[in-house]
Ligand binder design. Structure first.
Ligand code: HEC
Length: 102
């Protein structure tokens, strides 16, 4: 019984620690998304703009897709974000919507 508990605990902690954009800053990522990204998503998908991340056939399927997509939007919009800003945004979107663990 005890060892089951231990294994459960281990799994839980490794799950909580497994996070692909660990050292990035989700708070500043959120500020960037709120400012630059929501309007357009909301106008094409309705609601508060978050549907695009939750739709059934969403494009982003891994954390690599996610950072690639953030990079694409950055380039497309000419925002000239630095790498760490892209990572902050990816972290925020991952924690809030995608929840990839690796
Ligand atoms: C001018 C409109 C517009 C702006 C501004 C915009 N996007 Fe997008 N975004 C889109 C459209 C349209 C799609 C869907 C693309 C598709 O389905 O091929 C999309 C898709 C995405 C997806 C993938 C969603 C999925 O399917 O999983 C992510 C992530 C994303 N955008 C992030 C961002 C970020 C971050 C920003 C801010 C830098 C941003 N977008 C700004 C139009 C926009």
């Amino acid at each position: 019984m005890k060892s089951f508990l231990m294994i459960g605990l281990l799994l839980l902690t490794s799950y909580a620690l497994a996070e692909p954009f660990k050292s990035a800053d989700a708070q500043s990522g959120k500020a960037l998304v709120d400012k630059h990204c929501i309007n357009c998503h909301a106008s094409s998908y309705g609601g508060d703009g978050s549907e695009i991340y939750k739709r059934e056939f969403r494009k982003v399927k891994t954390s690599k897709d996610l950072i690639a997509q953030v990079r694409n939007c950055n380039t497309m919009l000419g925002l000239k974000w630095f790498e760490d800003e892209e990572l902050n945004v990816a972290k925020y979107l991952n924690l809030t919507y995608y929840q990839f663990t690796e």
